[in-house]
Design a protein around this ligand. Sequence first.
Ligand code: ADP
Ligand code: MG
Length: 1107
Amino acid sequence: MEVKTSLLDNMIGVGDMVLIEPLSEDAFIENLKKRFDHNEIYTYIGSVVISMNPYKSLPIYTAEKVEEYRNRNFYELSPHIYALADESYRSLRDQDKDQCILITGESGAGKTEASKFVMSYVAAVCGKGQEVNKVKEQLLQSNPVLEAFGNAKTVRNDNSSRFGKYMDIEFDFKGDPLGGVISNYLLEKSRVVKQPRGERNFHIFYQLLSGASDDTLKKLKLDRDFSKYNYLSLDSATVNGLDDAGSFRTVRNAMQIVGFMEDEVQSILELVAAVLKLGNIEFKPESRCNGYDESRVKDKNDLKEMCELLGIDQSVLERAFSYRTVEAKMEKMSTTLNVAQAYYARDALAKNLYSRLFSWLVNRINESIKAQTKTHKKVMGVLDIYGFEIFEDNSFEQFIINYCNEKLQQIFIELTLREEQEEYVREGIEWTNIEYFNNAIICDLIENNKNGILAMLDEECLRPGTVTDETFLDKLNTVCAEHQHFESRQSKNSKFLTDHSLPHNCFRIQHYAGKVLYRVEGFVDKNNDLLYRDLSQAMYKAKHGLIKVLFPEGNPAKVNLKRPPTAGFQFKASVGTLMKNLLTKNPNYIRCIKPNDKKAAHIFTDSLVCHQVRYLGLMENVRVRRAGYAFRQAYEPCLERYKMLCKQTWPHWKGPARKGVEVLLTDLQVPAEEFAYGRSKIFIRNPRMLFSLEEKRRQCLENLATLIQKIYRGWKCRTHFLLMKKSQVVVAAWYRRFAQQKKYQNIRSSALVFQSFIRGWKARKLLRELKHKKRCEKAVSTISAYWHGTQARRELKSLKEEARRKHSVAVIWAYWLGLKVRREYRKFFRADAGKKIYAFTIQRIMQKYFLGLKKTMPSMSPVDKSWPARPYGFLDRTHQELRRIFHLWRCKKYRSQFTEEKKATYKEKLAASELFKDKKALYPSSVGQPFKGDYVEITKNPKYQKLNSFVEDKVLLADMVSKINRANGKGAPRVFLLTKKSLFLADLKTGQVKASVPLPDLSSVSVSTQNDGFFALKIKEGSTSAAKGDFLLSSDRLIEIITKLHCIGATSADKKQLKVDISDEFLVQFKQDKVCVKFIQGTPKNGNGVACKRKNNRLLEVSVPSP
Ligand SMILES: Nc1ncnc2c1ncn2[C@@H]1O[C@H](COP(=O)(O)OP(=O)(O)O)[C@@H](O)[C@H]1O
Ligand SMILES: [Mg+2]
């Protein structure tokens, strides 16, 4: 649905000044200020757009904005320049009405920007296509070119247009652009030679010097340094935010797009350079014999270069700066120029050169952008011209400009009223005469051909004799004195005689926008705009193509003695044409206002705005617009907007809109004089009434909003309730299902339990029955088995009996037979046959026995105890004997493999067995251990090196033993060494020999019968070693030690074999005392180890754990 909006929505202040209530200047300015503060820079007065310069970029010129305003009604959206551009373009396209957009305002108010916004909007919304786009591009690109040559930095505006511009854009019947025509007005050429403080010359000079390549500058004989040129003001040569070099590139590019040829561009730049050079030409006086001073060019270098640039004969130009030819009545007279005149001539030339170049440029652009077809064209004119100017010091230029504005105001009033009147007629509303100020009288004061100020000025300029600005003022004082709007001190009208605000050399005009005081100084000169003919002829003679064209009056063939038209005359003529042009078109106004003098955003200077509002005649504007009916609106949008105020029209009105509006207004009881019904619009006389409607609408909307809210809330709650209800049903259903499911599960599981119990009980019952049955069956079968068994045994018994009987019968039979046979055959046997048969049988049996034995012989291992079982009882002894023999033989075989060493070892083992077997409980554990002899590796261990060297003989045994302390029975470790001759006890750690005993000194060794390693070495009484007494030692390898000791005695012939006593109680000689060592079977309390304890002086008790 399209959103219906209105200008009246979200208004800040009022969007349309006609709605201001009460209408006063203060309220007007207050409204502008309020809107400006909210960045609403556009405000309407009816269809006129007031534009405030925001001095900052606002996001309101985007492509989206263009779309927003496209094809919308003027009052539909908030005020915008696009609304005006759209209205104007649509009216041109759809209603075939030529349009003009008149943009006025003082310098810096935003006119040029506004004109560009309008053009870019139209370019954006009009047709598209390659050709059309090219035209658009050329039209838009003409701007940078004209701005470079026609704009300058002033104190008011960094990019101030110093010329008036009117551009006609031409469209075809579809609204596609075809081309355009530009007219320029009144270039401020004085700027070329002199600029006010803080201002610059035209942009192009600076752009050329900073942007052109070195090569180009060389060709143009220019220097990049601004300070080298007299015509360039230096105090603001570079402007913040202006990139001259960049702009130069833009301008070159724009020129190319617009269609300038390369050589044309070159010519233009040469002319620009020539103007700069011209400014540098200086003059000096040279006295002549007639007493006058004559001017001479001071330094001819610049003159030379300029002449080279333009192809001018230097001497001709030089002469033209010194002499002036005056022609009168076919007579030629040459007068000399003094220095001041020479400077005047130079500047006049520069100004003319530049302004003519500018006009030529405009024409050249026109040539490029002119429409190519001759068919009917629709035209939209855009006028960007100075607004009213009221300075402290107003001169000829202000006079001309203000004249132009008077004319514009006049057509504004004329057209506005005409349009108003036309609308009233169109709408069938009675026309009431509108009171307004008609400024035609002021226009007449200026332009009247007979006694207008311009005519007076021309007259003065053309008059022979001395003409000065004062004579001109005198003339005015006589001719215009009676005029209501003319004021002068010297006029006949005595009322200003004492007016000190009016100086003597000034006159004052009461313009429609206020009084302006003009100083007459310079009026005549500026109006004359004199260029000495010698100069124009010199220019014409130039070999430069462009410059020749610019000075056609220099052609000697067309010498025209008539003076060229004055500036005032020319301007009046061009304004006349412009006005005629504008009158044929539908006007659209943009009134630009600048909010402050500082070019600053956010500052709103009331006095400055008030001043502009006054001279733009905006109050007048509002008054005219409000004179009849202040506000009008088509019936449809009106009904749409206010239909909620009446029951019949709300919410839908079925009939025609007008009828609806009538019903509405009647219902609201609006007094009849407050409005009038037009054909398509309702006319509202007073804004108050509109606002009361708006207020009612606002209230009504509030009520409606509440109603909508109420209904919506109700609807929302109801839907929510319904949803809850529905959900509740769903939840309940689910819950019931769940409960039922659970109940069912319970029933089912209890049924299963029942079932299983019953089944179990049944099964057990069945099982019992089956078991009973089975037992019965088993009993039956057992009984039957027993019975069968008994039967079978009985039968077996009887059968056995029978068999025995049969056997005995058979034996008896056999014996009997045998007896019979023996008896029968005895006579046939020899007496020893029985013995032989017996011997044979025995032999056979033996043979069989031996052969069988051969096969079942056990292994050759001496420890294999197996032997085949004996087959016959009578072979018992033989069998045992054979076993013994075989074992001995097997052992012999085994022994025969022994080495000598092994033999010795086995001998020792044998000796051990003889000594200890069945005598000492420790013995069995020693059988499996081989007798290694050296357990401490005495030769290898470096610790015992010394000990080793001490012992001379071969060590037979070296082991660690404990020497039992006779005092307490505790053991101390010692190394025990045994050689063939002696035994040694040495310290374990140091290897130092503690005791050495030659073997012959030993008398005997005593050991216990038990499982301990204690042994006592007894020393022969009276021997050398007897001093210390006997040794009581303990060693795990007791068996080996004693066997070795015993064996040494066996080997040497001179020694006796050492006696070994085995007893659980023996005496040991400790020095003088004899101590009894007693071995007892230890109790488990004593633990597993062997414990030795001194019981008293004579008893050492050793408890040995029982095995
Ligand atoms: N609508 C706008 N938005 C932003 N800046 C603006 C607008 N109108 C004018 N300006 C600023 O003000 C300066 C003067 O505007 P310009 O159109 O050149 O003034 P005029 O032509 O009336 O002398 C511009 O250079 C620009 O910076
Ligand atoms: Mg401008």
